[in-house]
Design a protein around this ligand. Structure first.
Ligand code: ZN
Length: 89
């Protein structure tokens, strides 16, 4: 069986950005959301796992509301720093 490395933070951060971008007054187009996610991912430690463990870890981590709150704070900070107003070109 072949394993691949996955940074599970990517999925966590993208999910948080998808939920929060509109509420934070940011543009919600795909480019701007990926920009926000990249900014956050460069500020927090990555969490690399192999794909099988990654699936398990993601489920377990889903219950950590402290972590979700921390991520939301990072996304809010990113939005304040690089977030673009809705309607940019
Ligand atoms: Zn945009």
């Amino acid at each position: 069986m072949e394993y691949k490395l996955v940074n599970i933070m990517e999925d966590k951060v993208l999910t948080t950005v998808n939920k929060a971008a509109g509420q934070l007054g940011c543009c919600t187009c795909n480019k701007c959301k990926v920009d926000l996610a990249a900014y956050v991912l460069n500020r927090i430690p990555p969490k690399y796992v192999d794909t099988e463990k990654g699936a398990l870890y993601t489920r377990a981590n889903h219950m950590s509301s402290d972590f979700d709150t921390k991520l939301l704070m990072e996304v809010t900070q990113a939005a304040a720093t690089i977030g673009k107003p809705v309607g940019h070109n």
